[in-house]
Design a protein around this ligand. Structure first.
Ligand SMILES: NC(=O)c1ccc[n+]([C@@H]2O[C@H](COP(=O)([O-])OP(=O)(O)OC[C@H]3O[C@@H](n4cnc5c(N)ncnc54)[C@H](OP(=O)(O)O)[C@@H]3O)[C@@H](O)[C@H]2O)c1
Length: 273
């Protein structure tokens, strides 16, 4: 980015610290950190001073409201009286409307959303993972261009995210991130029950995920449900039920969704009920 941004991070948790670190490493200036706990240590990592909630914000280009979703609106309302010297504010939520920052809008700031479509479990891994990640941007011009430049400067790929579509987008992200893990946790339990280390499945899982992005999930699907192999599916269900009936219920729930994906016939759906 030609002109480094002066950034204030509000809520230096997993995402705020990750974005702050990535921005700092890209040459932006973190001019202050506001939050609740461990502030001195977190601010030191970002090379920034701790700011007082009641003092006017320093002049800055961007306030990153990185608190959890439910706290965005009240924090924006609390910041509004002291934020007059800031140019713009964003939150990092995928779900929450940019309207949650309206108090800052009324205080004269441009407002927007900057949602990394990435998992940020801690500052270091999060900052590294932002390079190459997609970042959903919701803003009008000129803030939109500034946020696109910020995303590009940290090695990320900006895309336009419509505010009204956030809940659906967030549901999609939950499927892609959370439900994949739910399926893998079930697989881990069953592999272990079968005496096979879960780690041996890594090449299989990596290949399946690569195929999903290369040819699409529907065409990447293989296995007994896609083949219509009723006997094999019945044997799987019986084996899982022997380990734990609750696991069998989860296994069949995944099976029903897979049968819909595969366009399986009625007998397969009946078996998986
Ligand atoms: N982490 C991810 O992978 C990820 C990915 C994409 C988007 N996001 C988005 O990033 C935002 C933050 O998520 P996170 O995972 O970073 O959460 P987090 O680790 O819990 O961090 C939230 C930070 O905000 C502070 N905070 C919470 N409520 C506050 C309040 N009322 N007043 C002042 N400070 C407050 C917390 O302080 P304490 O430490 O005292 O609780 C913490 O520093 C959310 O909107 C989330 O949707 C996160």
């Amino acid at each position: 980015m030609d002109t480094p941004l002066r950034i204030v991070i509000v809520g230096p948790g997993r995402a705020g610290m990750s974005v702050g670190l990535a921005a700092r490493r890209a040459g932006h200036d973190i001019v202050g950190v506001m939050g609740r706990s461990n502030l001195a240590a977190r601010a030191a990592i970002l090379g920034a001073p701790v700011l007082d909630w009641d003092a006017p914000l320093p002049g800055c280009d961007l306030v990153v409201v990185a608190v959890r979703d439910d706290a965005i609106r009240p924090v924006a309302e609390r910041l509004a009286p002291v934020a007059g010297s800031a140019v713009a504010a964003v939150h990092l939520s995928g779900l929450t409307s940019v309207e949650a920052l309206s108090a800052l809008g009324r205080a004269g700031l441009e407002t927007g959303g900057f949602h990394p479509l990435q998992t940020m479990p801690n500052p270091e891994d999060g900052a590294a993972a932002l390079s190459g990640a997609a970042i959903g941007i919701t803003a009008d011009s000129p803030l939109e261009g500034k946020l696109e430049d910020l995303a590009l400067s940290i090695g990320a790929c900006p895309f336009k995210l419509e505010d009204g579509r956030r809940p659906l987008y967030h549901a999609a992200a939950a499927c892609a991130a959370n439900y994949v893990l739910t399926a893998l946790a079930l697989a881990e339990e069953l592999f272990e029950a079968a005496g096979v280390p879960f780690g041996l499945a890594r090449p299989l899982v990596s290949e399946v995920i690569a195929n999903a992005f290369d040819v699409g999930p529907r065409d990447a699907l293989t296995g007994p449900i896609a083949r219509g192999d009723l006997g094999t599916v019945a044997a799987q269900i019986a084996a899982v039920a022997e380990v734990d009936p609750d696991l069998a219920a989860d296994f069949k729930a995944f099976g029903r969704a897979t049968a819909r994906l595969a366009g399986a016939d009625a007998s397969m759906h009946e078996m998986l009920r």
